[in-house]
Structures are given as C-alpha cells and as structure tokens.
Design a binder for this molecule. Structure first.
Ligand code: SF4
Length: 297
C-alpha cells in the first residue's frame, strides 16, 4: 500500500492515513453520508432547483454544538472511490443541481481533487462549491486552485480561548483568515448569472454564538478591513444548542433578539454592504438533513 502521510490541515498529524487515523478520525479513503438537492443554503447557492450537496464524514474540528455530529464526530457514512464520487457529482447535475456543494471536504482534499478532475473530464459543467470550517492549511488549498468556483468558508471564532474551548482548534482565527485570503485569491469577487445564481466567488459564513457578540464584531471588522466590499457575508442567527452544547451553561440557549439585532446593525454600521441573514426560523431540527446515505448507491 502506498504511504499517505497526512498534514493536510493545521492539525499536522503526520500519520500514514493508508492505515492509521489522525485527529479527524478518517483513513484516506473518502467517506460520505448523503448526496442530495439541498434547498436551504443561501438563495444564490440553492436557487430554485437546489444545491447538489455532498456531506462528507469526519471533521478536523470537534465543535461541541455541531448539528451534524452524527457524521462529523459519529463516523456515520460509507467509503467511496474518487471515481464513484465523480459519478455522484454527475448524478446530482442530472437531477438539476445548480452546483456541487462539498460539505466538510478538507480532510479528503487529495481524493476529492481527483474526483473533480474525473467529473470535469466526463462533462460536469456546474460550479463546484467548497463549504468548509476554514481550519485549513493554505498549501493544501493551493492544490485546488482552478478547480473550485465558489468558496463558502465559516469564520467561527475570533479568540483562541473560545476556539479551543468549543472546537479544540488552537489558532483558529489565524489559520481561517489566512485560508480565506487564499480562497479569495483563487476566485475573486462574486459573479452571478442572469437568475441571480452564484457562478464564482466567496460567501463568508458566521454563526452568532450566545454571549459572544464581541467576537462577532471583531470578525465583521476583519472582513471589512481585509477584503473588498463586494464580498458577501452570511450572518447566521440560528444557533441552537445541539449535541454537547448543554454541558456549557453559556452555550445552552439560543441567541436573544437583542443580540441578533445588534449584530445586524453593526454589520451595516461598519460599512459592510453585501450579505444574507439567516434567522432563527432555520434553527429547527427539521432543517438538518437525515443522514441516510441517500444519493450514494
Ligand atoms: S486531515 Fe486529519 S489526519 Fe490529516 S492533518 Fe488533518 S486531522 Fe490530521
């Protein structure tokens, strides 16, 4: 078996993933939990027919409030080859997907890259969306240059203390901001088609956490100061204490209307212009997909 020493992400585990797992808990083989037309992404991503979303198993963060914990930390999913993943992309395009939306792809970058190349050679024509937590190594992202059309990174935490406490992610802000600058370098300002569907560009997502408005403000300020005003920001107010969040008293509540309103006001106050707001209507468990291997076989 060919050795596959892995330093793909900032964990830099340096393990041979052909036989061993690192922090993310996955061997090098791609593992997926669902592939379907997702209607609840930002309107310019989901459009009218849905985003062809592929959920990957495993994650390099350990968020205590993860809504997808069944696959991110629970190991649910099946192994597929790069060829099979390319077929899944083709099937999603045939079903009418506006794009291929890779959810938590980071830990499988080399094999996903192979799948994208195979699918493009087979005629895949819709944009590829890279939907990640942004805890990335810039060098790994560079290997995707020219293959990704739209980046959809989170920018979760400003302080290291919070990132370590809730996601076990030291230096999160440092890694994520460098990753976002690299993503922007690759795709540039947003481009939309005549129907308002994004063809190229980046949307930065930020989930407002209860009691952490100061971090939200620092994050918005960083975006304003480091990226052009054309960049889109998705400010999400639907935080819900999923998974282990109830073990943290301060996280065990939804955000208040006051926090939500203040975050939106601040967004405009500091001169940000383009964005989406996702309010608490999208917080319900019914918006979390069933991870049932749909679209894999
Ligand atoms: S992708 Fe997984 S094994 Fe590789 S460095 Fe990151 S956490 Fe470690």
């Amino acid at each position: 078996m060919v050795s596959q020493i892995c330093n793909i992400c900032p964990r830099n585990c340096n393990v041979d993933r052909s036989t061993k797992i690192g922090f993310c808990g996955m061997l090098s083989e791609i593992k997926v939990a669902k592939a379907y037309l997702h209607e609840w992404e930002e309107p310019c991503i989901s459009g009218t027919r849905g985003s062809g979303t592929v959920f990957f198993t495993g994650c390099n963060l350990k968020c205590v409030f993860c809504q997808n914990y069944k696959i991110s930390q629970g190991n649910f999913g099946v192994s597929v080859s790069s060829e099979k993943l390319a077929d899944i992309f083709m099937n999603l395009e045939k079903s009418g997907a506006h794009n291929i939306n890779l959810v938590s792809p980071t830990i499988f970058i080399p094999k996903i890259k192979e799948a994208i190349i195979i699918a493009r050679n087979n005629g895949l024509s819709i944009p590829i969306v890279y939907n990640s937590n942004a805890y990335e190594n810039v060098e790994s992202l560079k290997t995707l240059d020219g293959l990704i059309d739209i980046y959809l990174p989170d920018l979760k935490y400003y302080s290291d203390e919070t990132a370590i406490k809730y996601s076990k992610a030291p230096h999160y802000f440092e890694y994520a901001t460098k990753a976002i600058l690299e993503m922007y370098r690759q795709v540039g300002n947003p481009v939309f088609d005549n129907d308002g569907i994004m063809k190229k560009g980046m949307i930065i997502r930020h989930l407002i956490l209860p009691g952490k408005l100061d971090e939200t403000k620092e994050i918005l300020k960083w975006i304003r100061d480091n990226l052009p005003k054309e960049i889109y920001v998705s400010l999400m107010g639907q935080y819900t204490p999923f998974y282990n969040a109830n073990k943290y008293q301060e996280l065990n509540r939804r955000i208040s209307n006051k926090e939500y309103k203040e975050a939106i006001e601040y967004f405009f106050e500091i001169g940000l212009e383009n964005g989406f707001v996702q309010d608490d209507e999208s917080a319900s468990e019914s918006f979390i997909p069933d991870f049932d291997l749909e679209g894999i076989f």
